[in-house]
Design a protein around this ligand. Structure first.
Ligand code: ADP
Ligand code: MG
Length: 352
């Protein structure tokens, strides 16, 4: 993929400082809170009386992404988004980003600039300042780490461990599509390995591929909630799948829950792809991961205020811890959700 590029500048031609300059020379800072960005030993930020939120994520080639089907620009975009999503999940606003990169000489300057195009696009879309990073060489493979910094008023920060009995459980958007996108990309990669003359068959799968390759952080949802004056009682972003995230909320809050299978928002494109792969769409929603949607709880008294917000669905409610963490299947069977939720779920189905 990289070899086909017309121009290839070796990393060694620029050297570390030349490369950093090349990657950061056009930065224009957007925020008053960014006092000093790239160019010194440390960046300086100040939020005055607000609280500062900090999060970091490390992405490693062949573990978190696969260069054979992850375009470089998308990789940059995703690196930024997964971090912004964590800030949003605290009900904060992402403001600054720091990016560390470890690249082997397999990567050219042009390749790294392509990754930065994606990072800068995400920073534009979410109004975030890139304020620094680190650039090192790696013996093999590519590493990218992102650290996002955000702000929130003290009384607006939302944690995972504060869900209350009786709260309604919501998710934004729809679930399972990113996983189906990954399955298609993996399938085409295998087909390509078997027969390199084969063209990838990605036609007609725009939605689910986009969900895998170009996720978004749901700042729009937290803004809408703020607009109607509602602060969730707890919140988390869905990076590892609904099952894993609801377990976090319930376990950390010392509560149980009932989630209803028939309420899970799943896009028709996800359902039809799941059928093609012979996977239960509910399994995709529970365990797929990488949707970067928000899972949050809301006090029942706030239901009237949020019920007309487009793009969020009620999927269940918080119960006493003693009632357990359960999925209520379409047929009404109660199945405990575990980290490998689908295992228990499949067993539960067999009992029917
Ligand atoms: P130091 O030697 O003090 O670690 P560096 O030479 O690594 O400093 O970095 C110089 C400046 O460039 C710092 O402000 C740093 O945050 C920034 N920087 C380095 N690498 C990157 C990168 N990949 N992306 C953005 N900024 C970077
Ligand atoms: Mg450094």
């Amino acid at each position: 993929m990289l070899e086909n590029k017309a121009i290839r500048t070796e990393l060694s031609e620029l050297g570390e400082f030349g490369l950093i300059h090349e990657l950061t020379k056009n930065i224009k800072l957007k925020h008053k809170s960014t006092i000093k960005g790239v160019g010194d030993d440390a960046a300086v930020i100040s939020y005055g009386s607000k609280q500062t939120l900090i999060t970091t994520d490390l992405l490693i080639e062949n573990v978190h992404f696969d260069m054979t089907f992850m375009p470089l620009k998308h990789l940059g975009y995703k690196t930024a988004i997964v971090n912004f999503s964590d800030i949003v999940a605290m009900n904060g606003i992402p403001r600054q980003l720091i990016v560390g990169i470890g690249a082997s000489n397999r990567f050219s300057v042009e390749a790294l600039k392509e990754i930065y195009k994606g990072i800068y696009l995400a920073c534009e879309n979410y109004k975030v300042d890139l304020i620094g990073g680190d650039t090192v060489s790696s013996v093999s493979g590519l590493f990218i780490s992102g650290t996002a910094i955000g702000e929130a008023a003290k009384n607006e920060v939302v944690y995972r461990n504060t869900a209350q009995k009786g709260d309604l459980i919501f998710v934004s958007g729809d679930l399972g599509a990113a996983y189906m996108g990954l399955m298609i990309l993996e399938r085409e990669k295998q087909a390509f390995k078997a027969d390199p003359n084969l063209q990838p068959d990605l036609e007609g799968h725009d939605y689910i591929l986009g969900r895998q390759l170009k996720p978004e952080a749901r700042t729009d949802i937290t803004k809408l909630l703020k607009g109607v004056g509602v602060i969730p009682t707890s919140m988390i972003d869905i990076s590892d799948g609904l099952a894993s995230e609801i377990l976090h909320i319930c376990t950390d809050s010392d509560k149980g829950c009932s989630i209803y299978e028939d309420k899970l928002p799943i896009d028709p494109a996800t359902v039809s792809m799941a059928n093609e792969f012979n996977i239960d769409p509910t399994t995709c929603a529970l365990n797929g991961g990488e949707d970067y949607e928000l899972l949050f709880t809301i006090s029942q008294k706030d239901y009237e205020k949020v019920k007309d917000i487009y793009g969020i669905s009620v999927i269940g409610h918080i119960t006493d811890k003693s009632e357990g963490i359960n999925l209520i299947s379409r047929s009404g069977t109660q199945v405990p959700i575990t980290a490998q939720g689908w295992d228990a779920f499949l067993k539960g189905k067999e009992k029917n």
